[in-house]
Design a protein around this ligand. Sequence first.
Ligand code: GDP
Ligand code: CA
Length: 325
Amino acid sequence: MRLTVLAGGIGGSTFLRGLLKARPDAEITVVGNTADDITLFGLRVCPDLDTVMYTLGGGISAERGWGREDETWVIKEELAAYGVEPTWFGLGDRDVATHLVRTQMLDAGYGLTAVTEALCARWKLPVRLLPMSDDRIETHVVVDDPEQPGRRKAIHFQEYWVRYQAEIPAHQIVAVGQEKAKPAPGVLEAIADCDVLIVPPSNPVVSVGTILGVPRVREALVATRAPVVGLSPIVGGTHVRGMAEQMLTSIGVEVSAAGVGLHYGARTAGGILDGWLVDDADAEDVARVENAGIACRAVPLMMTDHDATAAMAAAAVDLVRGDRP
Ligand code: GDP
Ligand code: CA
């Protein structure tokens, strides 16, 4: 079975680990979000691609959920000693090697797709990881300027999330560069040519939303012959971890399992979903989703361990494939 999965960072990669357990023989292509990417100290950092790579490659810090296991922070301390900004971003020593390789290859003229493939080769990744685009797209967030009361300013999403912990109101979210970007090589084919397309419980705005916003990607999902199934990132009216709540609020989408499903919409009505899984806690949302023309079931959706996550992944595939192997 060929599966294509759109993924953000922690939610996407945790789900992928369960999917690999549930469907060990599947050929999996991951379209990763690159709108979190940022250049720091001259290095190109791709947080979501690296989270998928380190998680599936076995190098992730289990405790933090991002960056490398057994990390040290000498470079960060040295940069701080020079008084170099920003000081709020955690760039570990092992992690820096990844960014050095990436930046060197990008500077030599390779596209991000080729660079990502080269990085993933080291980790013997059990999936094919494609960035959503080789072009630069960066999410910026319009916030009240913390230094100048009464004024607003746009800051990089990483600054909003890492520095301000998503605790200041987000008035607007803009994916800078998106309208001129092209899907990366292989992305449209992976969407058109698979047996099931899965939207994991990733952030619907700044992970899945930015992937869908790359020109022609949403259209490819609407048109693919494969069934499209998603899993709610909202359980019992809140995100489990992360900041889906803040992001949904700032784009005016109801923070609920049904709200996100209806935001993605039914394929029969120009949306992207054939099926939607909600958590047992949100069983009362099922009827609303089904009335909109999306097959819906309530199952446990908490990714507490690999087995629970594998069961979610299996239920997602089953929802749109019935009993077919
Ligand atoms: P990020 O890029 O690291 O923020 O990760 P993603 O965008 O891939 O996923 C983040 C989202 O995953 C969070 O905003 C949550 O809504 C969702 N999430 C995290 N853990 C769980 C879980 O155990 N179950 C479900 N259903 N959603 C989760
Ligand atoms: Ca992310």
